[in-house]
Design a protein around this ligand. Structure first.
Ligand code: PMP
Ligand code: GLU
Length: 402
């Protein structure tokens, strides 16, 4: 018998908790159980028709070959034009790298900048893959806990206190997965000033930039002046704004030296992102933008419905939450339910057990906050139909009523 020994880094690597939760829900569905699935954060809409048509046209035009490893010039130009159009920011194509989704972009940034002994500051709650990818690089994730009361935003003081001589990077996610929090511009600018003063690079993951609800605002981190832009590495992509999760196109915009290093890495590791998807992304960014707003409006209706239903939970069940200003997640603290009798006599002691019991007894799938560095919380993705949301919330209430 051959005994297989994995590399030390891979021995420690766990699967993505969001993808694992979604797989578990799918498995139950395949056994004929009608699971109400709120695990995955991905738009339920089909990719807009103009984008799909552009992909077909690209194939018919023979764009089915390798492209430059870091992406086609047309897409880099389209990214630059979109940031000019949407935020008035000027970038050159040499500052842009196209990758296989924003997750790949994040991995590229960390792999290019961080290694053993380095520290990466991550405000918690954070998206599952952040800490995993930092650890994969052999670096250390320095978690900074934020609170519901602060809208899950890190203060400049917290940022300063987390900085050490080993700090290589701050990873910010605005709007946030899993909390839906959005930074007020003044607070974001205060963080940017600290980054400049202490000379810290900032990876600003802005994948939910187009999903903003009334009362909240979005500011691109690089928009606070050239000194801030010089230290900012923007990560974003087409997955969320254009309902293109399966196409796998994300990008990084940053200092040319970092982009060049990431391009070298990508050229050795994956070569180019899918050629057809790249042409489709050109159309997504450069074509009519109406569908982005149409989908955002739908998400806003769902968000409002979820919030209306959940507000009474505060007094009824002691469940607390901050209302999301962006993205498509409701993130709520269920620790008041621990030790109480829930549906089917279930009793749970933590958020992971809560999710397991909810799935078993009420057939509702959520993701545990444990995966996001937020014990006691659970995440519900409302990127699904109002009917499904209504059925899901009804079922959760029945579960909570015991
Ligand atoms: N960042 C955050 C915060 C996300 O929620 C996601 C969604 N999976 C990503 C990055 C990666 O998106 P994708 O790889 O689909 O572009
Ligand atoms: N961002 C989504 C989520 O958090 C997709 C899953 C993933 O990429 O991990 O559910």
């Amino acid at each position: 018998m051959t005994s297989i020994v994995l590399s030390p880094a891979l021995q420690k690597l766990k699967p993505s908790a969001t993808l694992a939760a979604a797989a578990k829900a799918k498995e139950l569905k395949s056994k004929g159980i009608a699971v109400l699935d709120f695990t995955l954060g991905e738009p339920d809409f089909n990719t807009p028709a103009n984008v799909r048509d552009a992909a077909i046209a690209a194939m018919n035009a023979g764009h089915t070959h390798y492209t430059p490893s870091g992406g086609i010039p047309e897409l880099k130009n389209a990214v630059c034009a979109a940031y000019k159009r949407d935020y008035g920011l000027t970038f050159s194509p040499s500052q842009v790298l196209i990758s296989n989704g924003a997750k790949h972009s994040i991995h590229n940034v960390i792999a290019s900048l961080c290694g053993p002994g380095d520290e990466v500051i991550i405000p918690a709650p954070y998206w599952v893959s952040y800490s995993a990818l930092v650890e994969l690089a052999g670096a250390t994730a320095v978690l900074v806990d934020t609170t519901e009361e602060s809208g899950f935003c890190m203060s400049p003081e917290q940022f300063i206190n987390a900085i050490t001589p080993k700090t290589r990077l701050l990873m910010l996610n605005n709007p946030s997965n899993p909390t839906g929090s959005t930074y007020p511009a003044a607070q974001l600018e205060a963080l940017a000033r600290v980054a400049v003063e202490k000379n810290i690079l900032v990876l600003s993951d802005e994948i939910y930039e187009k999903l903003i609800y009334p009362g909240a605002e979005f500011r691109c981190f690089a928009s606070f002046g050239p000194d801030v832009a010089a230290r900012t590495i923007i990560v974003s992509g087409v997955s969320k704004a254009y309902a293109m999760t399966g196409w796998r196109i994300g990008w990084t915009i940053g200092p040319v030296e970092v982009i060049k290093a990431m391009d070298n890495l990508q050229s050795q590791e994956t070569s180019n992102p899918c050629s057809i998807s790249q042409y489709a992304a050109v159309e997504a960014l450069s074509g009519p933008q109406d569908s982005v707003e149409e989908m955002r409006v739908e998400f806003e209706k769902r968000r409002n419905y979820v919030m209306e239903r959940m507000r009474p939970w505060r007094s009824r069940y002691g469940i607390t939450f901050a209302e999301p200003g962006g993205a498509f997640y409701a993130f709520f603290n269920v620790s008041s339910c621990f030790g109480k009798k829930l549906m089917g006599g279930a009793q749970v002691q933590n958020a992971s057990e809560f999710c397991n019991a909810l799935l078993e007894h009420a057939h509702v799938a959520l993701v545990t906050g444990d995966a996001f560095g937020a014990p006691g919380y659970v995440r519900l993705s409302f990127a699904t139909s109002i009917e499904q949301i209504k059925a899901g919330l009804d079922a959760i209430e029945k579960f909570l009523n015991g």
